[in-house]
Design a protein around this ligand. Structure first.
Ligand SMILES: Nc1ncnc2c1ncn2[C@@H]1O[C@H](COP(=O)(O)OP(=O)(O)OP(=O)(O)O)[C@@H](O)[C@H]1O
Ligand SMILES: [Mg+2]
Length: 228
């Protein structure tokens, strides 16, 4: 794993919650268009790593560089703007706005960037077609299945052409067939758009869709070949 040519690089991250260490010298990098699976036991620091990489959580020490810019050197407003313009997110559940239709949910990142409704919804519908959920455009999130909801969430994560998508257990609440379809569509869509994906997962089968796997143990990252 070399930081050269990387889009996002984390070096020697430490983060503690009170006396609980969550990250203890974690280093990580991802190239443009690369799909990296982050695995490891519960409590090992995967979500904390993802949140640091995405600029949501600030590490106690260590550096994170995105496209040559250090995240810690940016203001909160600059980091928020970067998250909106360059990053997409898919979480385990509860991420869609219940009051909006699925189409409005997918269009939301574009609307927040100032794109007009008609154009935003046209682009959103195109992504819903790719994720095979266009028939749900007028439904609200409470009226669709878990797998359909996750595909809507993937469409929303990709709609604004992010350079990195962060996914934390995106298939954790799904049965295996639905989970595989979500993974397939997420990684295919990201690859066709040249989007890097950082994918946290418990499930080894999900790693079948990645270009590279790393394991987090006790707050440190290793390449899978070094895992014990
Ligand atoms: N907000 C928080 N406040 C206090 N402790 C936290 C917080 N977030 C994480 N931790 C602790 O930090 C450590 C790493 O947690 P993290 O959520 O990163 O693990 P994880 O690998 O994502 O686990 P899981 O697979 O269960 O999601 C754990 O010991 C956890 O209890
Ligand atoms: Mg987690």
């Amino acid at each position: 794993m070399t930081p050269e040519g990387s889009l996002l690089v984390a070096q020697d991250l430490h983060k503690a919650y009170g006396s609980t260490p969550a990250l203890d010298g974690a280093s990580f990098s991802v190239h443009p268009g690369e799909v990296v699976a982050v695995m490891g036991p519960s409590g090992s620091g995967k979500s904390t790593l993802l949140h640091c990489l995405a600029g949501i959580v600030t590490p106690d020490t260590g550096t994170i560089t995105y496209a040559g810019r250090e995240l810690s050197a940016m203001s909160d407003a600059e980091r928020s703007a970067l998250r909106r313009s360059d990053f997409g997110f898919v979480f385990q559940f509860g991420q869609l706005v219940p009051e909006l239709t699925c189409l409005e949910n997918v269009a939301l990142p574009l609307r927040l960037e100032g794109v007009r409704r008609k154009e935003a919804e046209r682009t959103a519908l195109g992504w819903m077609e790719r994720l095979e959920v266009e028939a749900l455009a007028g439904q609200r999130p409470g009226e669709v299945s878990g797998g359909q909801g996750q595909r809507v969430a993937v469409a929303r994560a990709l709609v604004a052409s992010p350079r990195v998508v962060f996914a934390d257990e995106p298939t954790g609440a799904l049965d295996s067939l639905n989970g595989e379809r979500v993974m397939e569509l997420l990684t295919e869509s990201a690859r066709s758009a040249g989007t890097a994906v950082v994918l946290v997962t418990h499930e080894a089968r999900v790693a079948a869709y990645s270009d590279r796997d790393i394991v987090v143990r006790d707050g440190r990252c290793r390449g899978l070949e070094y895992a014990v």
